[in-house]
Design a protein around this ligand. Structure first.
Ligand SMILES: Nc1ncnc2c1ncn2[C@@H]1O[C@H](COP(=O)(O)OP(=O)(O)OP(=O)(O)O)[C@@H](O)[C@H]1O
Length: 578
């Protein structure tokens, strides 16, 4: 699904982000040089201390050396501080930008994308994956660079003390690296699996909590826990596998490395006995070699950590690169006067199963159009196409005689107010919920609430600035629906769409809202879907949809005469009422 990347590709992708931080990078560079140089300088100091103080017994060195030691350690640690803080600053800030870019791009994507990905998975991508990158950018990469410079510096000291001994060391050194390659490959694979399992885990939790009523009503707590446990177990299993490999790297390298150091003691000891190197040089050499072992070992561990970042980068850049298929055009939709469907065909997911198969209808400003028909007939799919959530496969959807694909998507959706069965409320005040995407205007909020027959109950709950808690859990189904209707009305759209929007209302409220809708229609187009035919019998046009096709179009009394399916629906409703 996402393109595999190597470290170089990941670093290249980060390049545009790095540019603005050049000043901080200069400070980090100075810090790194000081920190790494300090370690090498301490190793280098061993030779003059041993040779001049202990062997040549020079007293001046006795006073000079401790001062130099303090200075070296001061600079080394000041460098370490500068490097740690500024690299963390760069990392944190880059990831703040990246997180925001990822969300911006995700929000641009087609509705289809959101149907294919579970929300838990997307949350995990925006938090865990980017969190993994943060850890790496602000700690692993700088640590990696410091350790690398330190190791090079120390090896330089070793070479300067005795090139002959260093030559032996350099033969042994690569042997310790070989097993690393195998381990690192494994670590990358595990890192990718860990991130996938983690997002599975979050998705499952998200599903449990958002369906909590269903879970409790069916006493499915135990079943859900068992399903969660399975995911939880496989998540832990993969973490342990990765930890095992990670934990193995360092000891393995140390054991192999100790053989190398043992050989160096024999060879170096011989050289010292023969007088080819001074005692100071020998100790400086061995110290540099010993000390270089710590950064090399750390490097191997950090390289393992980098694999996690590469896997996280693959997933993050995949999201950042995704393009919506529905792009729309440049034309601004200023107002809607007329809407026409001409032989529209549509299938979800490019499948061969056509959900709409040649839909034709038309309606204009001042008219109410109702879509009725059997469940699964394709009514909501028509609305999905009108909102441009999906692209039709064939035919034309015309707004004022111009096809939908010419219009800028934002300008199109600005002109449409959509109220669906699913009500979305935010933990915010009534006023904020009604004004939602637009600026809050108190008078307009009150007017919209009054039109939606909701002002009275909002007043009784503390007024328009009272908070809606837990996504509307303190409201009844009908109350929530009235807030959603007020939100659609606040936008003052040209086209109002009600998809089963009055189904949760009692008869009184429904009648009141239908009256409002009737008053609103003069300046607008109204599209309604309703299972209760009584709701739509006053519509100017009723379109009977069956199996993705238009069976008949007409007013209530016409359809009662001409359309058998409509008659059947109407009779069924009468029987139910009786
Ligand atoms: N996102 C989707 N992906 C794939 N198929 C879908 C999707 N949404 C709906 N369908 C299918 O499209 C067909 C038409 O569904 P649609 O929701 O448009 O019907 P409807 O007339 O609005 O039904 P209802 O009255 O029950 O809401 C159904 O067979 C449904 O299974």
């Amino acid at each position: 699904m996402y393109k595999e990347m190597n470290l170089k590709e990941v670093l290249i992708r980060f390049k545009p982000f790095y540019k603005q931080y050049w000043k901080q990078f200069v400070i980090v560079g100075i810090g790194m040089l000081l920190a790494s140089g300090g370690t090498s300088a301490s190793a280098y100091m061993i030779k003059p201390i041993l040779d001049q103080i202990f062997i040549d017994k020079k007293e001046t060195m006795l006073y000079f050396a401790p001062f130099l030691f303090f200075l070296i350690y001061f600079l080394k640690n000041a460098g370490s501080y500068l490097q740690t803080y500024y690299i963390s600053y760069i990392g944190t800030d880059i990831l703040r930008i990246l997180r925001s870019k990822v969300l911006k791009n995700i929000l641009r994507l087609d509705m289809d994308f959101f149907k294919r990905h579970r929300s838990g998975e997307l949350i995990s991508r925006c938090t865990n994956d980017i969190g993994a990158l943060q850890n790496v950018v602000s700690s692993v990469i700088p640590d990696f660079l410091t350790q690398l410079i330190t190791a090079i510096g120390l090896l330089g000291v070793a070479v300067s003390q005795s090139p002959r001994l260093a030559f032996f060391a350099l033969i042994i050194f690569p042997i310790t690296i070989i097993p690393l390659f195998y381990l690192v490959k494994k670590l990358k694979l595990y890192a990718r699996n860990i991130q996938e399992k983690n997002s599975d885990l979050l998705s499952r939790l998200g599903e449990i909590f958002s369906n909590i009523e269903l879970v409790k009503a069916n006493n499915a707590q135990e079943k859900e826990r068992q399903k969660f446990d399975q995911e939880n177990k496989s998540f832990c299993k993969i973490i342990l596998k990765s930890t095992r490999i990670n934990a193995l790297t360092s000891p393995m390298m140390e054991v192999i490395g100790s053989i190398g150091v043992a050989v160096m003691i024999i060879v170096g000891g011989h050289e010292a006995i023969k007088g080819n190197v001074t005692v100071g040089s020998f100790f400086a050499f061995i110290s540099a070699l010993f000390w270089s072992y710590t950064p090399i070992k750390r490097l191997s561990n950090l390289y393992g950590g980098l694999q996690g970042a590469i896997a996280a980068s693959e997933r993050t850049f995949y999201l950042l690169d995704l393009e919506p298929e529905i792009k729309g055009g440049d034309k601004e939709l200023k107002s809607i006067k007329n809407i026409q469907f001409k032989k529209v065909e549509f299938a979800y997911d490019n499948s061969s199963k056509k959900v709409l198969n040649g839909i034709d209808f038309e309606f204009s400003k001042g008219e109410t159009l109702a879509l009725v028909g059997m469940s699964g007939g394709g009514k909501s799919s028509i609305i999905n196409l009108l909102m441009y959530f999906y692209e039709k496969n064939k035919g034309e959807i015309l707004f004022n005689d111009v096809d939908i694909h010419h219009f800028n998507i934002e300008s199109l959706r600005d002109k449409i107010g959509l109220v669906t069965q699913n009500i979305y409320l935010f933990n915010d005040s009534f006023a904020e919920n009604v004004a939602y995407s637009e600026d809050l205007d108190e008078e307009r909020v009150i007017e919209a609430l009054k039109l939606a027959n909701a002002y009275e109950f909002v007043e009784s709950m503390g007024g328009i600035y009272a908070e809606i808690k837990e996504h509307g859990k303190n409201l009844s189904g009908g109350q929530k629906q009235r807030i959603a209707i007020a939100r659609a009305l606040y936008k003052n759209p040209d086209l109002l769409i009600f998809d089963e929007a009055t189904s949760a209302l009692d008869n009184e409220s429904e009648k009141a809202i239908m009256k409002t809708i009737e008053n609103l229609k003069k300046e607008r187009l109204i599209l309604m879907i309703a299972h209760r035919l009584s709701t739509v019998e006053n519509a100017d046009k009723i379109v009977v949809i069956d199996k993705g096709q238009v069976l008949a179009i007409g007013k209530d009394e016409e359809l009662l005469k001409t359309c058998e399916l409509y008659r059947k629906f109407k009779n069924k409703e009468k029987e139910m009422k009786a």
